[in-house]
Design a protein around this ligand. Structure first.
Ligand code: SF4
Ligand code: SF4
Length: 85
């Protein structure tokens, strides 16, 4: 099974919540008690086992704050960044 992981760059995140709304697997939440250095609500990646690296969250983020890493079962341990380029 394809497994994914995301990284949220709080320098660019404005706390809009689009990533939370559009992740169909419930992998992102905004707890409400975490903030970016600019004071915006910070989303948090949870449910690592459910993320399939679909990259919808990164596509929907208006501020390019999310990078998605896809782990392929090839015997390699290096994640592949599929959200940029
Ligand atoms: S890559 Fe897909 S499954 Fe993973 S957090 Fe983003 S929207 Fe959810
Ligand atoms: S969609 Fe982007 S800017 Fe909006 S909360 Fe998620 S990471 Fe932050």
């Amino acid at each position: 099974m394809t497994r994914g992981e995301i990284s949220i760059d709080e320098r660019y995140c404005l706390g809009c919540g689009y990533c939370v709304h559009f992740c169909a697997r419930g992998c992102i939440v905004i707890p409400g008690d975490r903030f970016t250095t600019m004071g915006y609500l910070l989303p948090v990646f949870i449910n690592l086992e459910r993320c399939n690296a679909c990259a919808v969250c990164a596509w929907m983020c208006p501020h390019q704050a999310i990078e998605v890493y896809k782990y392929v079962e090839s015997g390699q341990n290096e994640p592949e960044d599929i959200s940029s380029g």
